[in-house]
Design a protein around this ligand. Structure first.
Ligand code: ZN
Length: 344
């Protein structure tokens, strides 16, 4: 193995044809590396995979995928992935601009290349178009929001029941008497406090009815509702725990004091709501479920529900008349998603 290592370190001096003269021994080092990178595979599968790779190795090298590159990806690329490069004659320089996009899927690479779109747009459109609820998909994904403010959480995009955001703080704004969920992620809490106090200067009284909701809180609410009204009603009128954005700690339900005082009937008819629709983005909030966007968001118009996404994203969403889905499709995933199961 030492001899082979020494030989391989000479890199450009390697002549694949000459190397082949060493009967099967040219595979030896790669069998070893491949096995180490995929300890769960049997020896036979390792040999089969490396032999398959060797059938296209020369072609890959010609396309600009160095041996080092291939070896570095023994653990995260399948042999089929390497074959996608060779079969579709996609050279390394072309591939790399797509592959550096978070969540790029090598199987979809030929579609990315043919699309002529920018890398992020191509990856999002062909591999994650189903984030838009109007695009069919039956897969279920587990979402890890990490530090992202734009993670999509909804039907089929599930948070772990253990997910709890860091930096939850109590929000210092007026809230309804029965509001027990008055914490938010610190950044969102500060933004909400600013927004509510600026509104107050215009004699607008915005009241918090709910902020961060833990998974267990949501589950309790959901189960109680289902016990009284039945599971069908619960599934229609409530959002199931796990796919409810309130677990992110960046979402709020708001109300107008005038509605609470009986001066107005519904929130959407109040000056408070009109002001929020116009100005919330300045504080980094968006109306998450706008009117007539149910196809895209998967949720009916919800005037009370605002989400903090940061000032920059909120401004772009507002200016383009987008939903959060459309923003993510244009900017890509800044968080990770893992396919859980195929419900279909
Ligand atoms: Zn809400």
């Amino acid at each position: 193995e030492e001899e082979i290592l020494e030989y391989l370190s000479l890199d450009e001096k390697i002549d694949l044809e000459k190397w082949n003269e060493y009967s099967n021994s040219h595979h030896y080092y790669d069998y070893e590396l491949y096995q180490r990178a995929n300890t769960e595979l049997t020896e036979m599968t390792v040999i089969k995979n490396v032999d398959r790779l060797y059938e296209i190795y020369e072609e890959l090298v010609n396309l600009g995928y160095s041996r080092d590159y291939c070896r570095k990806h023994y653990s995260d690329y399948r042999i089929e992935d390497f074959e996608v490069f060779a079969k579709n004659q996609i050279d390394y320089d072309t591939a790399k601009q797509y592959l550096k996009v978070n969540g790029a899927v090598i199987d979809d690479l030929p579609q990315y290349v043919n699309s002529g779109s920018s890398a992020i747009k191509a990856v999002m459109k062909y591999s994650y178009g189903f984030i838009d609820s109007s695009v069919d998909c039956s897969d279920i994904y587990q979402i890890d929001p990490e530090d992202s403010l734009t993670a999509i959480v909804k039907d089929r995009f599930v948070l772990s029941k253990n997910y709890k955001p860091e930096n939850l703080v109590k929000v210092d704004v007026s809230r309804t008497e029965d509001c027990t969920n008055y914490k938010l992620v610190e950044e969102a809490a500060i933004a909400l406090e600013d927004m509510v106090s600026d509104a107050k200067e215009k004699d607008l009284e915005i009241v918090l009815t709910s902020g961060y909701e833990s998974y267990s809180y949501q589950k309790k609410q959901y189960d109680e509702y289902a016990n009284i009204y039945g599971t069908w009603a619960a599934s229609v009128y409530l959002i199931e725990p796990g796919i409810n954005e309130h677990q992110l700690g960046t979402c709020v339900d708001l109300e107008s004091q005038k509605v609470l005082d009986g001066e107005e009937l519904v929130f959407e008819d109040t000056n408070e709501y009109a002001w929020l629709v116009k100005h919330a983005y300045e504080y980094g909030f968006i109306l998450r479920y706008p009117e007539n966007q149910e196809d895209v968001t998967g949720t009916a118009y919800k005037p009370c529900h605002f989400r903090y996404v940061g000032k920059e994203a909120a401004k772009e969403i507002k200016e383009n008349g987008w939903t959060l889905e459309e923003y993510v499709l244009a900017h890509g995933l800044d968080y990770s998603m893992k396919k859980l199961e195929d419900a279909g």
